[in-house]
Write a protein that binds this ligand. Sequence first.
Ligand SMILES: NC(=O)c1ccc[n+]([C@@H]2O[C@H](COP(=O)([O-])OP(=O)(O)OC[C@H]3O[C@@H](n4cnc5c(N)ncnc54)[C@H](O)[C@@H]3O)[C@@H](O)[C@H]2O)c1
Length: 280
Amino acid sequence: MSEELSGKVAIVTGGASGIGLAAVRLFATAGASKVIMADVNGATGEALAAEIGDNVVFQETDVSSETAVQALVDRAVNDFGGLHVMFNNAGISNRLFDSFLDDDLQDFRRTMDVNVLGVMLGTQRAARHMAAHGGGSIINTASIGGAHAGFGVMSYRASKAAVLHFSKCAAIDLAQHNIRVNVINPGHIRTKMASWSDTGMSEAGFNQLQSELDEINLSDQPIKRLGTPEDVAEAALYLASDRSRQVTGIVITVDGGVTAGDCVNHVKQIHDAQARAMKL
Ligand SMILES: NC(=O)c1ccc[n+]([C@@H]2O[C@H](COP(=O)([O-])OP(=O)(O)OC[C@H]3O[C@@H](n4cnc5c(N)ncnc54)[C@H](O)[C@@H]3O)[C@@H](O)[C@H]2O)c1
């Protein structure tokens, strides 16, 4: 078992599901003295934390609340002796519209509150402690949707673009305090948020939807393997650990190559067109 987070106290927001849950598990096995799983979902969070191990605790937290985020940082400091790693990972998507023309923007404010304000509050409140105690590592989850333009979920895309830009600015501002700020851009990762399932869906319906989504997601991904929350958690562990002590203001993209470039192979089409032209 690796011990690279030995002696460190870490907070993972959105820790009760998907990427956050995988990070909580990985940080706990990497020897963190305490991992605080912070999530709005108190119903499952408490039990999940208890099941992972003695070095994991749950704190019900809405990251868009200044009071709740401050209470979270205070718990790390007062109950566990400090805060070395802050993984601001909680995020929500907005409703998927075929066209921006149809978007009623009803969920714009909540999306911004959770995805942008939540990350900014988490960064600031963690950094205020870290600045006075030798520094630390802050990791913010954005998305390939914030780095690359495309269809649908416009509020979500805008919120994640804001996370990317803010995090680089914070990296510059906070470096003088030995605080590193880095970003992870997940691509298509099979989680609850990415399932697009309706609450009224049967199990059979969910399974069919999931397999169709897998096919859609793999169509623009050079690596033909579905990304997992654990793939993203590995990037978070690297950024949390001292292995990345010289690294700040960067973005680690975990997307199987989706954003590396156009993965439609035009070469064969060009060769076929050349062959047809040669016959004329
Ligand atoms: N899954 C993907 O394909 C994908 C792609 C790009 C980016 N992301 C980002 O990764 C992060 C994690 O998403 P996921 O896919 O694991 O989703 P998920 O839905 O499985 O987990 C998100 C967790 O965040 C919690 N949460 C929601 N609002 C919160 C709030 N206000 N305060 C505290 N916790 C809150 C939820 O209860 C949930 O437990 C998000 O920021 C998301 O935008 C995911």
